[in-house]
Design a protein around this ligand. Structure first.
Ligand SMILES: Nc1ncnc2c1ncn2[C@@H]1O[C@H](COP(=O)(O)OP(=O)(O)OP(=O)(O)O)[C@@H](O)[C@H]1O
Ligand SMILES: [Mg+2]
Length: 671
């Protein structure tokens, strides 16, 4: 543990250094007018006003209610301010026989003659104070309740927006963010944005109402004292400007770090089997702890920045009270002010400084929440997948033939560019591409044809299928369906044509029925069972304890690799797609099950344009055409027989595989 602690200290030092550099860089970049740079800078440094505007636009639909609750808040605050004034009335006009009730109604003077009458007056005044206080509380509570409700509604609607946006980001960005990272933004940051209603609107408004109301009442008592109070406003402004704005980037960094930690721990737990298998539990825990230490250091560092302002204020209030006591006490001795005035003034001074202090104290909170908003806006500003293409056509799924043409296609995966802080997943990598994984692919696939893709591991088969499924667009060239560029078709429409069984089968945490039915909304029980039967899965499903109601995935039973594949095949069968992609769909099955499924898969592929990837070449021998891919290029195309005759790469692969099987068999015999 000592090791991890010292390393977190070093990393923290590094972080501080980077922060300084970044600040310096930003200062330099302010004068560089490159477009990309400006765009990035804008994202990195949103002004307070910009953030405030963005937040107000988030409140669309709630603005009426917010305005209403601010009105009630003002009323409640003003009512509350009457109470100290009542004390002044009690002291000056009822309890003491001081200067006399100038401007008071006559009956008050008549009452105040007798002691018993004075008691009655105090009682009446007390009753009025309680009533006013009660009204103030009730009215105030109503507004506060409304704002609380809106906070929750904003959180819910923002989380929905972030979720929707994040689910439409390009896939490589999603991998970069990691599942834990996305959920961190959804939970922490979107939640923090909701709190802005209080920290940015409600609380400041209360402070302002109280400020204005108090200043007004103070004016009635003694204007000179008011001038003194107003002089304090520049102090607030100054402390705000210099101190508080420094804090937001710190909070931003903390949130980014927390997102990284969330992503990391989510990953460690989803890969717990590997963690245990390689005995890396301690290493993972140490990594987690070290990140935690680093986060704690950042938080403690920020704590001091946050307290700086508060310390000034904590000193300011007693000093102001003393000033009032000295000045006002002198005035009372000279007979210029009454004791009631002095008391009221002290009470109002607290009423004046109290909200200001609360504002300053919550200013750090505001910065924290603004940092959250900043990050959420960053995510929402990221380009969605295929945002640069605009669909110009719509297609009718029932009329699609399924002729697919790949024309001069080259593809390279996006690569990550390193930024100043590797853990800062909040900043997104620029869209750079690496080496082409596929080069100059030309293929014409007839409607209903079955194409087998063959090639060594890493040749680019999955990548080619991903492009046909349009998980990304080609970097050069194009793919068309029935002569229409995929980029011209709305993505949802195109995906509705697809059925995919991926190499890494993914099943959701739900029942068997849910997982098969995922392909088709409102699938009937009969449909699901038929699909399961076609995928040769019905048998093992009915053997499960709860049959189709058995939970699988995170919180249920674990299935074998072959069972998962069969569920995935059933899912694809249920989708009833025009275009079918089977990427190693039967690789985990034994020969027996595979033969059974092959039969139904052959039925399934009939009349659909299909792409099949299989390392076991025996399974694809009946494909209409076989495409051999090597190093991202098409090496050979033809039927099984043609390619055998050609005696090229395919024949070679086939020979090697047959030999392998032979020797395996021989070995088995020898035992
Ligand atoms: N998300 C990705 N980002 C960057 N490179 C990738 C990504 N996925 C795959 N690659 C690279 O692209 C190349 C082709 O990968 P692909 O998955 O298409 O191979 P494959 O032919 O399907 O192999 P296998 O038979 O092992 O499944 C590989 O070199 C791989 O490293
Ligand atoms: Mg693959």
């Amino acid at each position: 543990m000592r090791l991890s602690r010292s390393s977190s200290r070093n990393r923290f030092r590094q972080y501080l250094k980077q922060r300084k550099q970044r600040a310096a860089q930003e200062r330099v970049h302010e004068h560089v007018d490159e477009r990309a740079e400006a765009k990035r800078a804008k994202r990195a440094k949103r002004s307070f006003v910009g953030l405030f505007g963005a937040f107000i636009s988030l409140l669309t639909g709630f603005r009426g209610v917010v305005a209403m609750s601010l009105v009630t808040l003002s009323v409640s605050v003003l009512l509350g301010l009457l109470i100290p004034y009542a004390t002044k009335i009690a002291i000056d006009y009822i309890i003491t026989d001081s200067p006399g009730p100038t401007g008071l109604p006559d009956f008050v003077g008549e009452f105040s003659a007798e002691r018993s009458d004075r008691m009655r007056l105090i009682w009446m005044l007390g009753g009025a104070m309680v009533t006013v206080a009660g009204a103030s509380v009730i009215i105030g509570m109503w507004g506060r309740w409304q704002c609380t409700r809106i906070t929750k509604r904003v959180q819910v609607s923002l989380r929905r927006r972030v979720f929707e946006h994040a689910s439409r980001l390009p896939l490589h960005r999603i991998y970069q963010l990691k599942s834990g990272g996305v959920s961190s933004i959804l939970r922490e940051d979107a939640g923090g944005v909701g709190d802005l209603i209080f920290s940015l609107i409600y609380n400041p408004w209360r402070a302002i109402s109280q400020l204005i109301g108090t200043l007004f009442i103070l004016l009635l008592i003694d204007w000179r004292l008011v001038v003194g109070a107003i002089l304090m406003i520049p102090v607030i402004w100054f402390s705000h400007k210099t101190w508080i704005t420094k804090i937001r980037p710190l909070y931003r960094d903390i949130r980014t770090r927390r997102q990284g930690i969330d992503a990391m721990s989510a990953e460690a737990f989803s890969g717990m089997r590997v963690v245990r298998a390689f005995n890396r539990r301690h290493a993972e825990a140490a990594r987690f702890t070290s990140e935690g230490h680093l986060l704690a250091r950042q938080e403690l560092y920020t704590w001091w920045w946050a307290r700086g302002v508060e310390i000034i204020w904590m000193m300011l209030i007693p000093m102001a009270s003393v000033a009032v006591l000295i000045y006002g006490g002198g005035a009372v001795i000279d007979g210029v002010l009454t004791i009631g005035d002095l008391m009221a003034f002290s009470a109002y001074l607290l009423a004046l400084l109290g909200p200001l202090e609360a504002l300053v104290a919550s200013a750090t909170n505001v910065q924290n929440n603004l940092a959250a908003l900043d990050r959420v806006l960053d995510l929402l500003a990221e380009e969605r997948e295929f945002e640069d293409t605009t669909p110009t056509m719509t297609i009718d799924p029932t009329l699609v033939n399924g002729r697919i043409a790949i024309e001069g296609m080259t593809y390279a995966y996006p690569t990550q560019t390193k930024k100043h802080d590797a853990t800062d997943t909040g900043e997104h990598a620029e869209d750079r591409r690496g080496e082409p994984v596929l080069s100059d692919i030309n293929l014409e696939i007839e409607p209903g044809e079955t194409i087998a893709l063959v090639g060594a591991s890493g040749a680019g088969k999955t990548t080619l299928c991903n492009l046909i499924a349009r998980f990304d667009d080609p970097t050069q060239g194009r793919i068309t369906i029935d002569g229409i560029d995929l980029r011209d078709i709305p993505i949802e429409q195109y995906r509705a044509l697809l059925g995919i069984v991926e190499q890494d089968v993914f099943l959701f945490d739900g029942t068997v029925r849910d997982n098969i039915g995922y392909a088709k909304r409102n699938a009937s029980e009969a449909d699901i069972i038929a699909a399961a039967k076609a995928a040769n899965a019905h048998g093992f499903i009915t053997d499960l304890d709860l049959g189709y109601d058995t939970r699988i995935g995170e919180r249920g039973v674990r299935l074998s690799g072959g069972q998962k594949q069969r569920l995935a095949i059933a899912r694809a069968i249920l989708a009833d797609p025009r275009i079918l992609i089977l990427d190693e769909a039967t690789s985990a099955l034994d020969t027996e099950s595979e033969r059974l499924i092959q039969h139904s898969l052959a039925g399934l592929m009939r009349g659909r344009t299909s792409f099949v990837i299989a390392h076991r070449l025996s399974t694809i021998r009946h494909a209409d055409r076989i495409v051999v891919i090597e190093d991202g290029r098409v090496r050979e195309v033809g039927t099984h027989d043609e390619l055998l005759e050609h005696d090229g790469r395919y024949a070679e692969l086939l020979k090697m595989q047959l030999e392998g099987e032979d020797t395996e068999e021989a070995r088995a015999h020898a035992k």
